[in-house]
Design a protein around this ligand. Structure first.
Ligand code: PLP
Length: 405
């Protein structure tokens, strides 16, 4: 992999640009990944050659677009090993997917039901459930976090009961990089009859996931963290669960028949796909998975672990630098602070050197509250990052430290 990185980087036009007079060092991959030319070409090709609305069109362009869109759905199905293509609902992204499930449960829950949520969640996997609890009288309980950034699994076991209907957990925390023990969580939740929604937005770019082997009930992710475009993602759900879930939005595309007296909903997946979707985005989502599979998720993960280890060692050599989240199993995300320097100040100076990191609460304020900090500086790595870029980050942090302390 290390030998192939120069070649891989050439696939990404953006990686050769300069920012503020220096070659870009892009270390904000946990927020969004960069897009290879192959995926950009697929989007351009759609708009150049066969832009048309999908489904029910008799003309050639509409059929070509429908075929490409449905082929992408099959690629996504195969990538996550779903049993059926109709279990893959194409959405605008993780947030949309979670809202579909949360909204559906508003008629399926009753007061006294309990929902368990992990303390490591992204706001998009917190707020929709709070809204659901307000509507239904169900109660949200939090699986606490330990100081190393892992979940307190003993507490989880105690929280589970016959009242637990749903458990929500991310496979990987975007703020800390912690890999959560999904198989154990699912086995224990299923033992009390609860369903599990796995937020895979941060895990999908690094970890191959077989939704059937893991017996996942609902899995959600976004294409833009997987070398794909923004505004498209997926909701996977087991057939019987999706059939029982009421639709989220009404409109065209999601119906079988409509009269003013009664509407019969379309079958899966269309029941959850009201309106004209992001057609080019869906097709490009498939192309992005093809691109990543061409490199291989295992090779990607192994290389990113080398980058993580090297970057962790180098950053720890900086006096006063604290890393938040040191779970034994992590993806290549490093959240840190240097002395009393505000993350925003550090981030701004790094930007002046062409280094893109994220600063702030990373849409996970409860984690920041746990550590009693306002936010962190987060460097998140992808398979197209290099050891030289880690060196530039470390040198940049040292320089900023001299300027700011
Ligand atoms: C990015 C992310 C989300 C939100 O994804 P959107 O594409 O903004 O909907 C949710 N959860 C995790 C863990 C994430 O990393």
């Amino acid at each position: 992999m290390k030998e192939r990185v120069a070649e891989i980087r050439a696939d990404f036009p953006i990686l050769s640009r300069e920012v503020n007079g220096s070659p870009l060092v892009y270390l904000d991959n946990a927020a969004t990944s960069q897009t290879p030319q192959a995926v950009i070409d697929v989007i351009a090709d759609y708009y150049s050659r066969y832009n048309a609305n999908i489904h029910r069109g008799v003309h050639a362009l509409s059929q070509e677009a429908t075929d490409a869109y449905e082929k992408a759905r099959k690629t996504i199905q195969a990538h996550f090993s779903a049993a059926h293509a109709h279990e893959v609902i194409l959405t605008s992204g993780t947030t949309h997917s979670i809202n579909i499930v949360a909204s559906g449960y508003s008629t399926l829950l009753k007061a006294g039901d309990e929902l368990l949520i992990s303390a490591l969640e992204h706001h998009s996997n917190i707020v929709p459930w709070q809204m659901l609890c307000q509507k239904t009288g169900a109660q949200l309980k939090v699986i606490p976090m330990l100081p190393d950034g892992t979940l307190d699994m003993e507490a989880f076991a105690h929280l589970l009961s016959e009242r637990t209907q749903l458990v929500f957990v991310n496979q990987v925390s975007n703020a800390l990089g912690t890999v959560n023990p999904i198989p154990t969580i699912i086995a224990q939740a299923h033992a009390v009859g609860a369903k599990v929604l796995v937020d895979g937005a941060q895990a999908a770019p690094h970890i191959a996931t077989d939704v059937q082997v893991l017996d996942i009930d609902y899995y959600v992710t976004s294409a833009h963290k997987l070398c794909g475009p923004t505004g498209v993602g997926m909701l996977y759900g087991k057939t019987e669960l999706l059939r029982a879930l009421p639709p989220y939005q009404g409109g065209g595309e999601m119906i079988a028949t409509v009269t003013f007296e009664k509407t019969i909903y379309a079958d899966l997946p269309h029941k959850f796909e009201a309106g004209t979707p992001n057609i080019a985005g869906g097709i490009a989502f498939g192309a992005a998975l093809d691109y990543m599979n061409g490199i291989g998720l295992e090779a990607i993960a192994a290389y990113e672990q080398e980058l993580l280890q090297y970057a962790t060692e180098q950053l720890k050599g900086i006096e006063g630098l604290r890393i938040f989240g040191e779970a034994p199993e992590k993806t290549a995300v490093i959240s840190f602070l240097v002395g009393a320097i505000h993350p925003y100040d550090m981030g701004s100076i790094l930007d002046k050197m062409g280094i893109a990191v994220r600063t702030g609460h990373h849409c996970a304020q409860p984690i920041m509250d746990f550590f009693q900090i306002p936010g962190t500086i987060r460097a998140s790595f992808s398979f197209y990052n290099t050891f030289e870029e880690v060196d530039r980050l470390v040198a940049g942090v040292k320089k900023a430290q001299m300027m700011l302390e």
